[in-house]
Every structure is written in C-alpha cells, then in structure tokens.
Design a protein around this ligand. Structure first.
Ligand SMILES: [Zn+2]
Length: 265
C-alpha cells in the first residue's frame, strides 16, 4: 500500500476522532493559557474561531516521542490565533505545521566571521522559526522565567508576514511604519537605560538583542502582563493594541464575593 494512502487514512481517522471543538474544549484550553483572563470576552470568541481553523488546517508533530494531546494542540492553536486576531490566519500560509519539543532543544550553529573563520557551536533554544520553515516550540518551558514561548514564535511570523524579519510586523493602516519604529526604538532605548540603572523593567532583557527580538518580547509582555506594560510605556501599549486590534485588561481581575467597602465621603 503506498505511503501516501496510509497518511491520508491516518488524517481521516484523526478528523473523525476530533470533531469540531466545543465551548467546553476551549474553556479547558484557556485554563492552560496563564494569561487568558486578560483577553476580553469578545476577542476570545474570535480567537476560538480562528484557533479551530488553525487546528483543522495545520499539522502538529511531537519531537523526541512527545505525544500531541488535545491540550497541547489546543493551547498552541489558541496562542497562534491570538497573534492573528487582527490579521486572520493568512499570516501563517507559508508553513504547514508546528513541531513541539518536550524540553528546550539543541541546534548546531555555524557561521563564518569577517576573516572567513567558520565557527560552530551548540545553541539551546526554547523555540525557533524562519521564513518558509515550521514553527518550533518547546512545551511547558520558560513559564517560570516569565516567557511565553508560543506567543513569541508566532509574533515572529507576524513580523515575517511582510517578507522581512526586522521588528516591523504587518501593520494596520492606522499605524505607519515610521510611527511604530519611533515607538519601538524609544522603548528599546528606555529598556537599556533601565537595565543599566539596575531597575527591573517589565520586558525580558532578551529584547535588547535588537528590534527583531524586541517585537516578540513586547508581545509576550503585552498579553501576559498588560498592566505593567501600560504603566511602563503607554505609547508602546497603545501601538500594540492597534497591531493586535484588542486591549488586554489592565485592571486586576475582580475578586469574587469581595464585599464592597463603604467609604466615608
Ligand atoms: Zn525570538
């Protein structure tokens, strides 16, 4: 039996075993996304619809024997959909799937320096992506360090969607390239000043690598720690809200059953 027939049959089986995800499925997925509560309900509705299409059209491959559970696929699809909230899934047309590692993975790097000497070294990565290649993420890693690995890699795809990885994502008509670059450059300079002064800005210092890493790191903070980002740089927060066409909640989640304290006038 030809290999393609077997692959087709497996695909068909997979579809039959995974009917259209329902509200209970997405509620369970959102419990695995640590910042999901920050996303307004109306935006979450669209994210769920986009995520269902992502699940139906992309393949997931577990590396090193990692079984791809509904939770893993749903979680990654949900975060991909969040990044595509304004643009739709067209930004992901140039790759067919996501590779998921059970831990940070090692890759062999090689580059030639200016005098032609070739350097080779091993690099340990939480995620990686490149033009025309897949999205690679490690599952359940980096969260203790405040990283949102899947968000970060999909934000790189939003940057790549205009053809170049340069820290300028596909922008809405209301936000010019010049205005975004001015806001991002100012924030990057401020981040360096804060770090030099021994302060702890809300952005991970990895953003210092340059504009192409600043954008995905700022995206992580925008969704995961919106209040801190809005307080640190309101212009950056507003620009990201335009880029993603949504504003994560900057007020603390309301406490359930909290008694209203009567204040004297
Ligand atoms: Zn990156």
């Amino acid at each position: 039996m030809p290999a393609w027939f077997d692959a087709l049959r497996r695909l068909w089986r997979a579809r039959r075993e995974h009917p259209e995800p329902d509200a209970a499925f997405w509620e369970a997925v959102e419990r695995t996304v640590p910042y999901a509560e920050n996303i307004p309900a109306a935006a979450r509705e669209r994210v769920r619809r986009l995520a269902a299409r992502f699940l139906a059209t992309k393949t997931f491959y577990g590396a090193h024997g990692l079984p791809i559970t509904d939770t893993i696929a749903g979680n990654i699809a949900w975060q991909a959909a969040l990044v595509a909230h304004r643009t739709g899934l067209g930004i992901y047309d140039d790759f067919i799937g996501v590779i998921v590692y059970p831990e940070p993975f090692r890759v062999r790097r090689r580059f030639a320096d200016e005098v032609g000497l070739v350097h080779e070294f091993d690099d340990e990565l939480y995620g990686e992506t490149w033009s025309g290649g897949p999205v690679i993420v490690s599952w359940g890693t980096g969260e203790e360090e405040g990283m949102q690995v899947a968000l970060h890699e999909f934000a790189h795809r939003l940057d790549l969607a205009d053809g170049t990885l340069d820290g300028v994502p596909l922008l809405p008509p209301t936000l010019s390239r010049a205005r975004w670059e001015a806001i991002a450059d100012a924030a990057l300079a401020r981040l360096r000043e804060d770090l030099d002064a021994g302060e702890t800005p809300p952005l991970d210092p990895y953003a210092e690598e340059g504009p192409e890493e600043f954008f995905p790191v700022a995206t992580e903070t925008f969704f995961a720690e919106p209040a801190a980002l809005a307080a640190w740089d309101p212009a950056l927060f507003a620009a990201l809200a335009e880029i993603y066409a949504l504003s994560p909640s900057t007020s603390p989640a309301p406490m359930q059953h909290s008694p209203r304290t009567a204040r004297s006038p």
